[in-house]
Design a protein around this ligand. Structure first.
Ligand code: AMP
Ligand code: TRP
Length: 339
C-alpha cells in the first residue's frame, strides 16, 4: 500500500493556504487511499525566535484543527514530532550525507535568513539544517508520497537526493519519495500582496484568512483584497495576480476551474462576493467540529498518544537499519551484534 507522510509547523495559526494547499487533500483523498501519517512538526517551530508557551498552545491547536478538518484516527496516524525520537535520531545521520552548499541553496532558508538579518536578529543554525530534519521525517517512515503546497517542493526534492545518496553509499535503506500537489491552490497568495504567499508565520494581517476567523472577518478580508488595475475578470497569474488568486481560491472552494470562472464574472466586486461566501462555507464545518473537539481535550490527547505509539513502531526499524548501514556499532545484547 502507498504510504503518505506530511506535516504542519506550529509557528502560527493555520490559514486558508494550509487548508487548500495541504490539509484538505489529506482529509478527503490521502487518508482514504493510502497508509497515511500526519505530523505536527513542533521541532521545526524552534528554528526561529519562539515563545515556548505559544508553541505548546499552537501545537495543541494544530492537532485539534487537523482532526476538525476531517483527519480520522481510525484511518490515519496523527502525532506530534517531538513525541517520536526517531526523527531527531535520523536527522543527524542525514546531516552526515547532506552538504553545506546544498543547505544554503534552499530558497526558504535564504528568504528567512535574510529577513532575520534585516531585523538585526541572528539566524539559528537549526534554520539551516531544517530541511535535513524534514527529510528525516519523511524517510524514517519510508513514505512514497508527500502531499504539500508549492513552497515545500524544493525540500522534498532535497529529501529525494539524500535518500538516493544514502542508498548508493550505504546500501538500500530508504524509499525515494515524491511530492504531490493539489491541482488548484497549491500556492494561495496573501490577499493584500498577491505576489507573496499567504504564510501563517508572517505578521498577522488583513491579507491572511485564518481557519478560525469568524465569517464576517473572512468576508471583510476577501472584500478588501487587493486586485489589479483593469476591469475585466481574466485568469492570468503574471499580469493579474490579485484576480488570479481570488479565482483560484473560488475554484478550490467551489470545485470549478479558475480560467473558466474568469469568464463568468463581469466585475471584481461580484467575484469577491462569491469568493468570500465560498470560503465561509468551506470553513464552516471545520469551525463547528473544532468547537466540539475543544470541549473534549482528553480525546485529542488520546489521539496523539496512540498516534505517537504507532509512529514509533513504524519508524524504529528503518532508523535502526540506517544506523547499522552507515557503520555504527549496534548496542544489541545478543552475541551476534559484535560479530
Ligand atoms: P506550514 O504552514 O509551512 O507548516 O505548511 C504546512 C503545509 O501547508 C505545507 O504543505 C505547505 O506547503 C502548505 N501551505 C502553507 N501555506 C500555503 C499557501 N499559502 N498555499 C498553499 N499551500 C500552503
Ligand atoms: N517544512 C514543512 C513546512 O514548512 C513542514 C514539514 C516538516 C513537512 N516535515 C515535513 C512537510 C515532512 C511534509 C513532510 O510546511
Amino acid at each position: 500500500m502507498t504510504r503518505v507522510f506530511s506535516g504542519v509547523k506550529p509557528t502560527g495559526h493555520l490559514t486558508l493556504g494550509n487548508y487548500l494547499g495541504a490539509m484538505r487533500q489529506w482529509a478527503t483523498v490521502d487518508q482514504h487511499r493510502a497508509e497515511a501519517l500526519f505530523c505536527i512538526v513542533d521541532l521545526h517551530a524552534l528554528t526561529v525566535d519562539h515563545d515556548p508557551a505559544r508553541v505548546r498552545r499552537l501545537s495543541r491547536q494544530a492537532a485539534t484543527l487537523l482532526l476538525a478538518a476531517g483527519l480520522d484516527p481510525r484511518l490515519c496516524t496523527v502525532f506530534v514530532q517531538s513525541h517520536v525520537d526517531e526523527h531527531a535520531r535520523l536527522s543527524y545521520l542525514l546531516e552526515c550525507v547532506a552538504t553545506d552548499g546544498e543547505m544554503r541553496r534552499m530558497i526558504q532558508y535564504k528568504e528567512k535568513a535574510a529577513r532575520e538579518q534585516r531585523r538585526g536578529g541572528s539566524v539559528r543554525l537549526s534554520l539551516l539544517t531544517y530541511p535535513v530534519l524534514m527529510a528525516a521525517d519523511i524517510l524514517a517512515y519510508r513514505a512514497d508520497e508527500v502531499p504539500v503546497g508549492d513552497d515545500q517542493v524544493q525540500h522534498v526534492e532535497l529529501t529525494r537526493d539524500l535518500a538516493v545518496r544514502f542508498n548508493q553509499r550505504y546500501g538500500h535503506t530508504f524509499v525515494v519519495p515524491r511530492a504531490t500537489r493539489p491541482k488548484v491552490a497549491a500556492r494561495v497568495m496573501n490577499l493584500q500582496d498577491p505576489t507573496a504567499k499567504m504564510g501563517k508565520s508572517d505578521d498577522t494581517g488583513p491579507g491572511i484568512v485564518y481557519l478560525l476567523d469568524e465569517p464576517d472577518v473572512v468576508r471583510k478580508k476577501v472584500m478588501r483584497a487587493v486586485t489589479d488595475s483593469g476591469r475585466d475578470v481574466v485568469y492570468d497569474r503574471e499580469s493579474r495576480p490579485g484576480v488570479a488568486n481570488l479565482l483560484e481560491i473560488l475554484a478550490a472552494c467551489s470545485g470549478g476551474n479558475p480560467a473558466a470562472l474568469g469568464g463568468v464574472y463581469e466585475s471584481y466586486g461580484a467575484l469577491k462576493k462569491d469568493t468570500a461566501e465560498a470560503v465561509v462555507e468551506v470553513l464552516r464545518p471545520v469551525q463547528e467540529r473544532h468547537k466540539e473537539l475543544c470541549a473534549d481535550p482528553g480525546y485529542v490527547e488520546g489521539v496523539l498518544r496512540d498516534g505517537a505509539e504507532r509512529a514509533r513502531a513504524m519508524s524504529r526499524p528503518t532508523v535502526d537499519a540506517a544506523y547499522r548501514a552507515i557503520g555504527l556499532l549496534p548496542a544489541g545484547v545478543d552475541g551476534g551484534a559484535l560479530g
